[in-house]
Design a protein around this ligand. Structure first.
Ligand code: PEP
Length: 259
């Protein structure tokens, strides 16, 4: 099995003030010191500079929540991948379900964004996931496959070499409902099998995060699953104690597998 370092990513969404994000980032930066897991925070773009000043010399990585498909030009209000790179972003969340549903981003646009992020030298965190209706209609596999196919169509399996996938069942995001570890693991295994069938090496080293009401209380059981390589955390990422408890749960899976 490939050695996949867990990644715990905090998606701060549209929250915080310059002062409060600096406080949150400082607490996370000191708590993340020495943990054998990768820790990432994704503030809104206008807070990147403040957060960078705090986490720049710590092990905590910086990421963005979205970026423009285009590299530059007449796209009022957008922020480009190269601009994010200038703020030391290493990751960009792409295709979050809120972007897909509230801003009508299509899988084709999301795929294009993945390529734009990679071209700028960063790693996309590609979010995929089904709605409750789709789950009830037993369409989980088809929905996830279509979301992955859109990226495969424009970037081939090679696009998954510098990529993180986040499986986020839409019905579990911000609702307090979590997929059971077994339900989540089943979808993670499907994602890995699909990519592995095209390139076994890319598939086995691909990190697949779970997102959807992950919190300190359920993190260990989710992160203990074979194909769950970390978490994309919304609500619990806004509280340093809760977020660090998830990071510690991820680090203890590494320590367990090393012993
Ligand atoms: C998210 O928005 O990516 C997310 C997983 O949110 P929450 O943890 O609040 O469900």
């Amino acid at each position: 099995m490939a050695n996949r370092q867990p990644l715990i990513a905090g998606n701060w969404k549209l929250n915080g003030t310059r002062e409060s994000v600096v406080e949150l980032a400082s607490a996370i930066a000191s708590g993340a010191e020495g943990l054998s897991t990768e820790v990432l925070v994704c503030p809104v773009s206008v807070h990147l500079s403040d957060v960078l000043a705090v986490v720049g010399k710590s092990p905590v990585r910086l990421g963005a929540q979205n970026c423009a498909e285009a590299e530059s030009g007449a796209y009022t209000g957008e922020v480009s991948a190269t601009m994010l790179k200038e703020f030391a972003c290493e990751y960009v969340i792409v295709g979050h379900s809120e972007r897909r549903s509230l801003y009508h981003e299509t899988s084709e646009q999301v795929a294009q964004k993945c390529l734009t992020v990679q071209k700028a030298g960063m790693t996309p965190i590609l979010c995929v996931g089904e709605t409750l209706e789709e789950r009830e209609a037993e369409q989980v596999e088809a929905v996830i496959a279509a979301q992955l196919d859109a990226v495969l169509k424009v970037g081939n399996v090679e696009a998954f070499r510098q990529m993180v996938v986040a499986y986020e069942p839409v019905w579990a995001i911000g609702t307090g409902k979590t997929a059971s570890p077994e339900e989540a693991q089943a979808v993670h295994a499907l994602i890995r099998e699909k990519i592995s069938s095209l390139d076994p090496e890319i598939g086995s080293s691909l990190r697949i995060l779970y997102g959807g009401s992950m919190k300190a209380e359920n993190a260990a059981s989710l992160l203990g699953q074979a194909d769950i390589d970390g978490g994309l955390i919304g609500g619990a990422a806004l509280d340093a104690t809760s977020f660090l408890a998830i990071c510690e749960a991820a680090a203890s899976t590494v320590e367990k597998s090393a012993s």
